[in-house]
Design a protein around this ligand. Structure first.
Ligand code: KG4
Ligand code: ZN
Length: 341
């Protein structure tokens, strides 16, 4: 089956072609620079940019894959959650292509797609559903932080999530307080490479709470007050590195501890992680270390598939169609507030 997938839920316009679990192409056009000036994603600008980019990105994805529109067997798009005006662009375009070609259309839950991106590996990238194992999956990005029990393929249950800010949002907001550009996660990661993670002791919110929820707004507030009370602290490059490493260590410790605890409680042997924050080196290293010590196997999404992309949408859509899913009608609409169950 040859499938075209479109992702426009936030600030990445992405189109992929997938065939038999293999990523034939995955073109991602990021709008980060456009939104950086505003310190966050501006929905109206995102939607306009998706409108501008979608056709060239789709042409590039088809060209890279060496596939004609006439060869497509199905079309998929992210249905939610996300910014309504942004989702609408990709979703309606995908429906229109499916309608004209008289092919099945599938609307995909963005987070459900994240759950399977750690199972995509190799070059050329291939979904390894033959290797799938029941797991606890950490989805950690600028908009979301959640733990999901994936008991079997296409069968999952959300264990918990953030009650306020997402982990990526915490990186971005503390980074802003530190004087870094948006989005700050990758820059804190870089600075932390030269810093001492024990130099400052920041709170680890909900670390010892028995549930699977997260909270990061208190950490951000504590950084705000600390910097208010020590105004020139970060003028020193070494202190800036120590500070970034310490903030990062607090976020990573909470994420890793709670993920491993959930996996042990549920008796699964595997942990997976995806989402933009999964690019973070300390998070990758610490998950690897603690899983190893705990006898758990780990699959981290490859960095290119951690951030938002249409390939993961296409991989899941194809899997669903092959499993007998009927697809969605052309009256299906976007679901901006769609919660993963
Ligand atoms: O998945 P993503 O591209 O978009 C969504 O939010 O859905 O994730 C972007 C987030 C931003 O908050 C960014 O700061 C964070 O991921 N991020 C990182 C790193 N790379 C990206 N956070 C920590 N360390 C990184 N290396
Ligand atoms: Zn995402």
């Amino acid at each position: 089956m040859t499938l075209l997938a479109i992702e426009t839920s936030c600030d990445e316009t992405s189109v992929a072609v997938v065939r038999a679990g293999r990523i034939r192409s995955n073109v991602v056009s990021s709008q980060i620079e456009l939104h950086a000036a505003y310190g966050g994603v501006v929905p109206e600008l995102a939607a306009r940019e998706h409108l501008r980019n979608l056709i060239p990105v789709t042409q590039a994805a088809l060209r890279d894959a060496g596939v004609e529109v006439a060869e497509l067997d199905a079309v998929a798009a992210t249905q939610g959650p996300g910014l309504a005006s942004a989702l609408m662009v990709g979703f309606k375009a995908a429906q229109a292509i499916a309608f004209v070609r008289r092919k099945p259309f599938v609307g995909i839950h963005h987070h459900e797609a994240h759950l399977y991106s750690p199972w995509i590996s190799g070059s050329p990238a291939q979904a390894r559903f033959d290797e799938f194992q029941p797991n606890v999956s950490l989805i950690v990005s600028g908009g979301h932080t959640m733990l999901v029990h994936v008991a079997a393929e296409l069968k999952h249950r959300v264990l918990g999530g953030t009650i306020d800010d997402a982990a990526g949002e915490c990186f971005d907001k503390t980074g802003k307080l530190m004087g870094l550009a948006y989005p700050a996660g990758a820059e804190i990661d870089r600075l932390a490479g030269q810093g001492n993670p024990k130099a400052f002791n920041f709170p680890r919110p909900l670390l010892n709470d028995p549930n699977d929820d997260f909270s990061f707004s208190g950490l951000k507030t504590s950084v705000r007050y600390f910097l208010r009370d020590h105004p020139r602290l970060l003028d020193d490059a070494q202190v800036l590195g120590d500070f970034g490493a310490s903030v990062q260590a607090a976020i990573v410790e909470v994420l890793v501890t709670k993920t491993i605890r959930a996996a042990k409680r549920l008796g699964v042997r595997w942990v997976t992680a995806s989402g933009g924050v999964t690019c973070n080196r300390a998070l990758r290293d610490e998950l690897t270390r603690v899983c190893g010590r705990s006898g758990l196997s780990l699959r981290l999404a490859e960095k290119s598939l951690c951030t938002d992309n249409a390939a993961m949408i296409g991989i899941l859509a194809e899997r669903k169609l092959l499993a007998g899913a009927a697809g969605d009608g052309f009256d299906a609409d976007i679901m901006p507030g769609w919660q993963l169950a």
